[in-house]
Design a protein around this ligand. Structure first.
Ligand code: HEM
Length: 207
């Protein structure tokens, strides 16, 4: 049986620019964030530099996130992030079974990529949680640390700043883990590199 490559235009220019900016900023934020967390007193200048770069990258990430949010509100791309609740868990299970069993038996993907369904159920729930819960959370807690005077003083006897810090670090850690899994899943395309090409030229390749 011969397979003909199908090319679907799924990633408009603005999404590609946002994604590239976002990915680079997240890498910078993770590296500088880790160097702030595991800083060593003898490398004081590097610590200061890491804080400055982290703060600037965080401010640019806030702007780029707002562009993503507005872009999804104003363009058809936002529809991919609306989860059809009815039967969602069943679809999620199907995709999970495919990723854990089906894919190794070379069965067909249960939710092939189409113009109406860019994301499979697992991608959809991950991207929604990431872009509408975790990233806003890391941004808001980051601003809370940048302006400690606006952060609540104490929550049930625990310092508000410590709490914000803990939440910020946890959200940053979650993003780091999701990013690694995200990159791994991006290699499961028509070829290991085809999904990465999609984010450069806008076309998803499938067969
Ligand atoms: C070096 C790091 C990264 C690489 C190489 C990468 C790669 C990709 C690729 C190839 C796609 C398109 C294929 C697909 O949808 O599965 C994609 C989509 C996406 N990525 Fe990433 N990514 C990276 C970092 C991130 C980060 C840090 C986030 C969010 C915090 C993110 C969020 C997304 C979202 C939301 C989409 C879907 C965009 C849309 O079509 O609406 N990515 N990524």
């Amino acid at each position: 049986m011969t397979h003909q490559t199908e090319r679907l235009y799924l990633y408009p220019v603005w999404i590609r620019i946002w994604h590239m900016t976002n990915a680079m900023l997240c890498l910078i934020l993770i590296i500088t964030g880790l160097s702030i967390q595991f800083s060593n007193p003898s490398t004081l200048v590097k610590f200061k530099a890491a804080v400055t770069v982290h703060n600037i990258a965080g401010i640019i990430l806030t702007i780029s996130y707002c562009m993503f949010f507005i872009g999804n509100l104003l363009t058809p791309n936002g529809a991919y992030y609306v989860i059809a609740v009815k039967g969602f868990l069943v679809r999620l299970k199907k995709q999970f079974i495919y990723y854990t069993i089906g894919i190794f038996k070379k069965t067909d993907a249960p939710f092939p990529v189409t113009v109406d369904n860019k994301f499979n159920p697992l991608q959809q729930v991950t991207y929604v949680a990431l872009m509408y819960v975790i990233v806003p959370f890391v941004i808001i807690s980051g601003w809370g640390l940048l302006y400690p005077e606006v952060t609540v003083n104490s929550v049930m006897g625990i310092s508000g700043l410590d709490m914000t810090d803990l939440l910020h670090i946890s959200a940053g850690f979650a993003i780091s883990v999701i990013m690694c899994v995200h990159i791994y899943f991006c290699t499961i395309g028509k070829s290991p590199t085809s999904n990465f090409r999609s984010m450069i030229n806008g076309f998803h390749e499938s067969h």
